[in-house]
Design a binder for this molecule. Structure first.
Ligand code: FES
Length: 69
């Protein structure tokens, strides 16, 4: 996942991925370019959508980084 990329590369993004991918926070919220959003292999699950609704500045191309593979 995108969260794995952040963790495995020791990227310093404060607070990113607080729940470690258990879909119980929205700190891994990312806003993708439309062309990148369209290229994702899977749509957001109901669980992800529910959590995204709590994300700050939600957009049409928002996803949770821990759910993007
Ligand atoms: Fe918490 Fe993605 S890390 S929802």
């Amino acid at each position: 996942t995108l969260l794995d990329v952040v963790v495995n590369n020791d990227l310093n993004i404060e607070g990113f991925g607080a729940c470690e991918g258990t879909v119980t926070c929205s700190t891994c919220h990312v806003i993708l370019k439309p062309e990148d959003f369209e290229r994702l292999p899977e749509e957001a699950s109901d669980e992800e959508r529910d959590m995204l609704e709590l994300a700050y500045s939600l957009t049409e191309t928002s996803r949770l980084g821990c759910q993007i593979t």
